[in-house]
Design a protein around this ligand. Structure first.
Ligand SMILES: [Zn+2]
Length: 242
């Protein structure tokens, strides 16, 4: 099986280390920094063999070159001509396959937050890396894309198996929860989840990974039934000050 460990860095980023014991491979997803990621891998005794990037933002790629220099790892990333990702060895896009040991990852194109954005799905182990597309109780801001694109992402990700673990790139859950309860104050599952989130955060624990099942029950963006409803929720969240 695969082991996934989060390295909290910067204000609220998670860099994910995914390790396959059988092959000895370790994949880093979206290294915001290099030193803390290298230190975490060293303390686990894991040798970093690959980096998978979701999109060009600095807090997802700034560790690429330093980690590659230290480990000789291979960097897999999307093709974004306007914002080339540093150190790329292999460009991937929708329908491509990546791998760690014998486990296969499916590359999903999920534009909206940025013009080019990928998610990585490992169906055999029900693991999904969503970058800045889907968050616990939230979704990415539409910096370069459209509500139609992000709504399509929500529909597509919601259709994945309910047990799928979602590893997103930020700990935004408490702030997202404050907005979510204004959208669906009558959602009992949401209210219960918000209490659990507050308990976890008060204890300094992460609220990620989440699951597709939990997001289907409580995430106002995943639960939007039309693109218009999605767009109005996204616009409201952009100016929300909880
Ligand atoms: Zn981003």
């Amino acid at each position: 099986m695969l082991e996934v460990v989060g390295v909290p860095v910067l204000a609220d980023n998670y860099v994910w280390l995914m390790h396959d014991k059988a092959s000895g491979e370790t994949v880093v997803v979206d290294p915001a920094v290099d030193a803390a990621v290298l230190a975490a891998a060293a303390s686990l005794g894991w040798r970093i063999s690959q980096i998978w990037n979701t999109h060009w933002h600095d807090d997802h790629v700034a560790g690429n070159v330093g980690i590659k220099a230290a480990t000789g790892c291979r960097i897999i990333a999307p093709d974004d001509p306007e914002h080339p990702i540093p150190g790329v060895d292999r460009i991937v896009g929708e329908g491509d396959r990546v791998g760690i040991g014998t486990f296969e990852g499916h590359v999903l194109s999920t534009p909206g937050h940025t013009r080019v954005h990928l998610a990585y799905h490992l169906p055999d182990v029900a693991i999904l890396f969503t970058g800045d597309t889907l968050f616990a109780l939230g979704c990415g801001r539409l910096f370069e894309g459209t509500p139609d694109q992000m709504f399509a992402n929500m529909r597509r990700l919601a259709a994945l198996p309910p047990e799928t673990l979602i590893y997103c790139a930020h700990e935004y859950t408490q702030a997202n929860a404050r907005f979510a309860v204004t959208v669906e104050p009558g959602n009992a599952a949401l209210m219960e989840r918000v209490r659990e989130i507050d308990t976890e955060r008060a204890a300094g624990r992460p609220t990620v990974p989440t699951t597709i099942a939990d997001e289907r029950d409580t995430n106002p963006f995943l639960r939007a039934s039309t693109v218009a409803e999605f767009a109005s929720r996204r616009a409201a969240k952009d100016v929300f000050r909880g």
